[in-house]
Design a protein around this ligand. Structure first.
Ligand SMILES: Cc1cc2nc3c(=O)[nH]c(=O)nc-3n(C[C@H](O)[C@H](O)[C@H](O)COP(=O)(O)OP(=O)(O)OC[C@H]3O[C@@H](n4cnc5c(N)ncnc54)[C@H](O)[C@@H]3O)c2cc1C
Length: 405
């Protein structure tokens, strides 16, 4: 085997395959190889989106799309003007993969199977003669006067240009540090909150549709649906906080308090409505007259937490109880004691410092002919298909730049 290639891509994941295919398709004369440490590639694509692969998100305005990136918001604006959601949809469609939009904007292959995406990548790579070398873990990278020397677990390779798409791999980040790059220390993002609390202990599976959540003592806040789980709380209201607060919450060792407004209404307005209920439903028990479109089981728990008994009627409760209930509904404090993995999607915040990447080309500002794409750089997003969109956009622009010069 000839170990001299025109272009070497390190990492056969989402970004690596996307870039390799684009380069090889545009430039059949170039030798393009992917060095992948695993015996198979695309393993994250496989398990992504609960096995369905949430490929992208139906948001078509770049300035709106970037708001989903706690790290990378400013830097991705330019790149998204060149390649974003619509381009992703077209790219896959042109290669026989149709995507569909779900109610919340997430986009999946119509097949509902991540294997469709994998098959597409493997077929395209083969068609355009991308050499995919599995079981080739990269151990070191040295710069030469005219390119790079790459040592792997199965021999040494040389190439003029290198695209690094190794995701969040600490060993590769260390290696890049040795080459002079700054690495922002990795911390997990997109996790759920562990909460042990009587109010939610017996009601896993309950969803409050429109909730506001704040981390006490910080500016961190979010809104959206909230799901009670067996170990705490999840769903977009929580996951967004975990992403935007990834660094802050790690500093607190995942021990902090949240204030939950279950009905997205201020406390005073809530109290007014409760007073109206007292008039209107005087003879009914509170437990049997759920308000604010809340799930019955959650309403019951909040009533009990406000020291109202199961058989108490609206007519019988006093001012203090009403105030306590309003407090439980709009300002309920919960102690978070740790985090758990959100199985559908998780990412790492951290990676190559954004200041050291040229976002017009995705080339390193420190080392010529070295490019980055995907999770290796300090970009990450909330859940919903945005993390893959970062991989596709970076890989597309890097591949376009690589073949230009
Ligand atoms: C369970 C789960 C579900 C997810 N679901 C979604 C989703 O539905 N939608 C979404 O947008 N995002 C999702 N994500 C996030 C998404 O998978 C990542 O953001 C995306 O895969 C990043 O692509 P990448 O190419 O940068 O890295 P990766 O896909 O991680 O690929 C990196 C590749 O590099 C290889 N590699 C690493 N080190 C070396 C080395 N030294 N030598 C050679 N090869 C190496 C790895 O083996 C891997 O194949 C999910 C993540 C997880 C964990």
């Amino acid at each position: 085997m000839n170990n001299h290639k025109d272009i070497i891509i390190i990492g056969g994941g989402a970004a690596g395959f996307f870039a390799a295919i684009n380069i090889a398709e545009q430039h059949p004369d170039l030798s393009v190889a992917i060095l992948e440490r695993g015996k198979e590639g695309l393993q994250k694509v496989k398990i992504s989106g609960g096995g369905r692969c949430n490929v992208t998100h139906a948001e078509f305005i770049p300035s709106e799309l970037v708001l989903n990136y706690p790290r990378g918001e400013k830097e991705l604006l330019g790149p998204f003007h060149r390649f974003m959601t619509g381009d992703t949809i077209a790219w896959f469609e042109e290669r026989g993969v149709e995507l569909k939009i779900e109610e919340d904007g997430r986009m999946f292959p119509v097949s509902n199977s991540s294997q469709t995406i994998i098959d597409c990548f493997l077929n395209e790579a083969e068609k355009h003669r991308v050499e995919v070398l599995y079981n080739h873990a990269v151990k070191s990278i040295d710069t030469l006067t005219d390119g790079f020397k790459i040592e792997t677990s199965q021999g040494v390779f040389q190439s003029k240009k290198v695209l690094m798409a190794t995701g969040s791999n600490p060993k590769i980040w260390k290696l890049l540090e040795d080459l002079g790059h700054t690495i922002i220390q990795p911390v997990p993002s997109l996790f759920t909150f562990d909460i042990k609390d009587k109010r939610i202990k017996d009601i896993p599976g309950v969803v409050a549709k429109q909730v506001e959540v704040k981390v006490v003592g910080t500016d961190l806040e979010s809104n959206g649906p909230l799901l009670i789980t067996h170990v705490g709380m999840s769903a977009p209201a929580i996951l967004k906080l975990s992403a935007f607060g990834a660094v802050e919450l790690a500093k607190r060792n995942y021990n902090f308090q949240i204030e939950v407004n279950f009905i997205s209404l201020d406390t005073e307005s809530c109290l007014e409505e409760l007073k109206n209920c007292k008039q209107e439903y005087a003879k009914k028990t509170l437990i049997n007259s759920t308000q604010f479109d809340l799930p019955k089981r959650l309403w019951k728990q909040l009533i009990l937490a406000a020291n109202i008994r199961e058989n108490e009627r609206w007519a019988d409760i006093n001012k203090q109880q009403l105030e306590d209930l309003a407090e439980q509904l709009t300002k309920a404090i919960f102690q978070v004691t740790g985090k758990s993995t959100f199985k559908e999607e998780f990412v790492t915040a951290g990676g190559v410092d954004l200041k050291e990447v040229n976002f017009k080309t995705f080339e390193s500002k420190l080392i010529s002919n070295l490019y980055f794409a995907g999770e290796i750089i300090n970009v990450d997003a909330v859940t919903g298909g945005f993390n893959f969109q970062n991989a596709w956009t970076g890989a597309y622009i890097a591949s376009a730049s690589i073949i230009l010069d």
